[in-house]
Write a protein of this length. Structure first.
Lengths: 345, 136
């Protein structure tokens, strides 16, 4: 009798969810959720299988007045792709009103299911103020409710946090671009065995495709050259202050919390290394080392961009040199993905 | 990036030092691991610059509210890091309507329900909204 009670308690206690800190929110949530169901997946693995690596520069999409740049794929894609590729059955849902969204969350938590969701970092009081901008595509896991507050596993945090219901509702229904609309997701069923080899292969193929094939200048490898061209024009087209803010935004997208360094390039190199060991393929290890070096080039670009940003001088030569550093990154990555695309499986 | 190259430059503004993020670096045998980092000077400067721009614009707007050029709505919009399109979405009005509400004369005669709605979006009381810029 006692024994039965014990096991029951174990199953209803929300604390059996194990929080791990990760570099990036979505691949971190994906790894934490799948690990909860016994699938041994690391963050780099989730990022690679989910084809998280990308590049985009969208001058027409202004985020607080500065053109948007991204080093990762669109929100929601990583979790969907990883679960699809590993044959994990998931549930995803959007809501019209905060009331319905919070009710659905409570109902799911009662079944002792950790729930992933999109949120706006601006409305997450447990985050330090320095990071709280209107960024609406932040992923976190709610794994329980205690004394009226929700228990949060936010992968970018070292430890778990709590949040009041009204704050969480605000974060889930933030307005702007994109709008989370209470988007939540959870794992319904996991297969007895998962085929990592196949999933790794699909992830690598998709990343190569996304980097090499977009026919427009704003996405993929082409966008790196596009941004380089824009940077070259900054001194002629922008005031020193604007140019400095534009550069600052690129650096933040590349290096700020969530990328693991060098705009996700190190995270992806870590994935390639793990894939090399898993599939016993030395060629992937060579690719990993190569991407680490390319990552160092990106860091070098950010270092020089920051120096230029501090100076606020529209010195033509320096912007030219900065543009050239970016072109180097672009050319090396173009060659890298072209070769990786031809890998035999 | 090697483990010993992971920068540990503190983010000493707006509680930025309360979080040590995870980055990926290689150890002496070339194996990738996650390492905690306090921050990197390049990235800290970029983030600080973004906040300085916000604070600068905010104090300019505060002066305009105090001199009677703009209503407190303009101030709290910026304080909440919003722009006109975003605030209009939150309040459920057209942009031109919100722009009108930033005129002190219009603000003075504003409907209490609408005032309440603005206060809720800004996470303050109606009193705080009304009285801002009127002291001293």
């Amino acid at each position: 009798m006692e024994k039965i009670n014990n096991t029951q308690q174990q199953h209803t206690a929300p604390n059996n969810f194990i929080h791990h800190q990760h570099a990036h929110c979505e691949s971190g949530v994906t790894a934490n959720l799948l690990q909860h169901y016994g699938i041994p997946i690391t963050e780099p693995m989730a990022f690679g299988i989910g084809a998280g690596l990308f590049f985009g520069h969208l001058p027409f999409l202004k985020v607080s007045g500065t053109p948007g740049s991204t080093f990762r794929t669109w929100p929601g894609a990583i979790f969907k792709r990883v679960t699809q590729r590993l044959g994990v059955n998931i549930h995803t849902e959007n809501f019209r009103t905060p009331e319905k969204a919070m009710l659905a969350l409570d109902e799911t938590l009662i079944t002792n299911t950790p729930v992933g969701m999109l949120s706006s970092v601006f409305y997450l009081p447990y985050l330090p103020e320095a990071f709280r901008f209107h960024f609406n595509a932040h992923n976190l896991v709610v794994y329980g409710k205690e004394n009226g507050n929700y228990l949060v596993s936010d992968p970018v945090m070292e430890n778990v946090s709590t949040i009041a219901p009204e704050d969480l509702a605000k974060a889930r229904f933030a307005k702007g671009t994109p709008e989370p609309k209470g988007y939540m997701y959870y794992v319904k069923e996991v297969p007895a065995t998962v085929d990592f080899a196949k999933a790794v292969q699909q992830g690598i193929k998709q990343t190569c495709f996304m980097m090499l094939s977009p026919p427009v200048p704003w996405f993929g490898n082409k966008a790196i050259f596009f941004l380089a061209k824009k940077i070259k024009q900054y001194p002629a087209k922008l005031t020193p202050r604007k140019a400095s803010l534009y550069l600052g935004n690129i650096i933040r997208m590349q290096e700020e919390i969530g990328t693991g360094g060098a705009g996700f390039r190190y995270l992806y190199a870590a994935f390639l290394q793990e894939a090399a060991q898993l599939l016993k393929r030395d060629d992937l290890q060579v690719y990993s080392e190569e991407l680490t070096k390319i990552g160092d080039d990106w860091r070098n670009f950010a270092y020089h961009a920051a120096r230029l940003m501090k100076d606020r001088k529209t010195d033509l030569v320096s912007y030219d040199e900065l543009s050239q550093l970016l072109i180097t990154c672009g050319e090396k990555e173009k060659d890298f993905f072209k070769r990786m695309n031809k890998l035999q499986w | 990036m090697k483990i010993n190259e992971v920068p540990q430059d503190p983010k000493d503004f707006k509680e930025g030092d309360k979080l040590r993020k995870l980055v990926y670096a290689v150890d002496s045998e070339g194996k990738y691991t996650g390492v905690n980092s306090a921050g990197w000077d390049a990235e800290n400067t970029a983030l600080k610059q973004a906040w300085d721009a916000v604070d600068e614009a905010l104090s300019e707007t505060e002066a305009k509210v105090r001199s009677g050029e703009l209503s407190p709505i303009a101030y709290f919009m910026q304080k909440n890091l919003m722009d006109l399109p975003l605030l209009a979405k939150y309040i459920g009005k057209w942009k031109w309507q919100v722009r009108r509400h930033m005129k002190p004369a219009v603000f003075e005669k504003m409907d209490p329900t609408l005032l309440q709605a603005y206060a809720k979006v800004f996470n303050i009381t109606v009193d705080e909204l009304n009285s801002f810029g009127k002291d001293k």
